[in-house]
Design a protein around this ligand. Structure first.
Ligand code: ADP
Ligand code: MG
Length: 248
């Protein structure tokens, strides 16, 4: 525990919450040594050729792999995408081993405020999913053809803006009752008051994600008080990770 506290201090990581502390990983090799990750996923991570994990990755990779719900605040550009996509893929693969079959159900959703961000996340996710058997897709349009084609695809990770996803839910084109992971990226922006209708959209999405075991991982660069009621109603047990910006 002392060592964990020392590492957190060194990398400006602050963790709170009703879960036990998990030691940050100081290198990708340490991540691979401590966690029995899928070997293809390890290769896919190595292919990014990053030298060391960023502070948010050091703490969030192990916490997420241990299956904790999370609320993470870390500066823009600090590498949050890989911090949630890589462990998400591993957790989905682990679930699959338990179920001993391939799932064609949507098992996780990543909600984002804009379509551009959705495509950025898809591109990282596609690289990390490469040959793991996990598939990610993005909802780009709400027209009937696109919805019909979606049915035919195998989708384990669904990336979308809330509005587009609600459209799919309403038209009965999407079953979300098996969703185990709900990730919301740039959650501070989604909860901004100017973002009309988001809370109603979110209510509909959560109603469709009826799996009792669902967990949440929320990511943002700033804290937004507007989201506090949602966090306390839905996250139950969770860890809060704060990474302070590097002040020279
Ligand atoms: P955030 O979502 O926190 O704003 P991103 O996930 O978009 O950050 O990553 C920002 C940039 O940092 C991307 O170009 C990404 O490729 C790069 N990056 C991510 N992780 C690392 C790392 N461990 N080392 C170096 N660069 C990284
Ligand atoms: Mg981001």
């Amino acid at each position: 525990l002392e060592e964990t506290n020392k590492l957190c201090k060194k990398h400006h990581i602050n963790v709170k919450g009703c879960v036990e502390k998990v030691k940050p990983v100081e290198s990708f090799q340490e991540l691979f040594d401590r966690f029995p990750l899928n070997l293809q996923l390890v290769d896919n991570i190595k292919n990014f050729k990053y030298e060391t994990p960023t502070p948010v990755q050091m703490q969030v990779l192990p916490l997420f792999l241990e299956g904790k719900s999370l609320k993470v605040v870390a500066p823009t550009g600090s590498g949050k995408t890989l911090a949630f996509v890589a462990p998400l893929i591993q957790n989905l693969l682990d679930d699959r081993k338990l179920a001993s079959d391939e799932s064609n159900q949507i098992e996780s959703i990543i909600l984002v405020p804009t379509r551009e961000l959705a495509s950025q996340i898809l591109s990282v996710t596609t690289r990390l999913c490469y040959e793991t058997g996990i598939r990610a897709h993005i909802i780009t349009s709400t027209n009937d053809d696109h919805m019909k084609n979606f049915h035919k695809k195998k989708t384990n990770i669904l990336i979308s803006t809330p509005l587009k996803l609600v459209h799919f839910i309403k038209s009965n084109a999407m079953k979300l009752n098996q969703v185990k992971w709900i990730i919301i990226d740039e959650v501070d922006k989604l909860f901004e008051e100017s973002n009309h209708g988001f809370k109603e959209d979110l209510d509909q999405i959560l109603a469709a994600c009826s799996n009792e075991k669902r967990k949440f991982a929320l990511f943002s660069a700033t804290t937004n008080k507007e989201m506090t009621p949602f966090v306390h109603e839905n996250l139950k047990e969770f860890a809060t990770v704060n990474i302070s910006p590097n002040i020279p």
